[in-house]
Design a protein around this ligand. Sequence first.
Ligand SMILES: [Zn+2]
Length: 489
Amino acid sequence: MALLSRPLKTFLTTAAVVLTGLAAAPMARAQQFDQQPIDPNLAVAIASPVRNGAFYSLMILTQVPNQRQCWQEQGQAGGPITVDPLLLNFDFTGACDRSTDGNGYSVRINGQDLGVHYRLEVSARQNDLVLFARPTRDRAAPPIEIGRTNGRTNGFLKIQLNPGWQMTRRTYNGQPVGHIYLTHDAPLDVRLAAGATPPLSQTPNTPPVGRPTTPPMTSPPPPSTVATGNYFRVVVPITGPNTLQQVRAVEPEAFRTTADGQEVVQVGVFRDRQRADEVYNALVAASLPAKILGASAPAVASTPTLPPIPQGSLVVVIDPGHGGRDPGAVGIGGLQEKQINTAISNRVQQQLQAAGITVLMTRSSDVFVDLDARAQYANRAGASVFVSIHANAISMSRPEVNGLETYYFSSGERLARSIHSAVLQNVSMRDRGVRQARFYVLRYTTMPSVLVETGFVTGAEDAARFRDPAAVNRIADSVARGILNYLGR
Ligand SMILES: [Zn+2]
């Protein structure tokens, strides 16, 4: 790839001090990780166009030394540098790594992992695309500018990092792992920089960052491409008999509906554009022709409201999958997944309540609840545990496929194993394993979270079990037992 030297800009030494407001925040995870430098020629941060440049997401490519070239650059530093990400066209396994979301990259400043406090976001700014670290919790804290494209096209553009910023690789117990950091090694007081000094970037067009009056840093997509409103609706047009099944392998909560008169599978409606982007990217990575549509209000029939929670109580959120106009999977004899989910969830709730636990349900009747609302509900409740209850499906011509699958994404692994083994101990069913998956409700809940696929509505053995109320209760009691074991109750 081209070797490009960046003109050195003077680093703002005035931007010293501390990360205001973060000092008291828990940093437990940060202790485990360290960083190691990456040769700047072997990594590139790219503004990656979504929907023909209606907006952009961040993609980071890293090159394994002495392997096939992963990308090509064209252009001069100071102006736009276009990137041809060659790996999108060929199989570059072993030569290139690609990070496309918050699991693959995060911000690290002055030796602290800030992935929990900031997310990386590419926003249009006049004739530039700017990479920001945007605060996720402290709404008053200003975003931090990390780099910009120095010009704009509809293609892939290199993000040229501001002085002081570099990419490093996360290490765990001294071993390099796949995660990439956007790293600044000096303490950086964003609030001070915003209030009393020039903006962090010296590029002339930069708006001042961090003033309370600064408008939101996200620029809405052009009106021509997103019809109305502030919500982003992620759908996949139905192109064949397996579309719903394929989408549900990426997001189990997806359901069939219409959009603009077209038959689609809807995954979710998001207020947050980056979350819509991430879901979109996950679908595209699974070769699904996803689309992001505008929506004036979330297409939710029901947003769960939090009941009062007794002080000091242990809270478990149970999430019965699907509901309302979304029956979930439909199996042998018209067996509807949502009914199984409801029966199991209600019984789990009773059992946990009997053990003195406060149990909240993302839905307590047969209503439709959006994907994001489910995760946010658990977060707002301050739940200790989140368990989503589903039933699985595969083609009706595969009745031989049966069994239990339990999913976690990160912190839910121990919980997943506890539930999975409790069910297998008490219910005679096939073991399809504890698995890791990037399902939305697992990624965007802040507590240990698990999604249980309690059997196949299309499976001969499992469907028969689902039709037996005593057997359904046994599954529910075992899920509850697994949760209680995990909680030490
Ligand atoms: Zn489901």
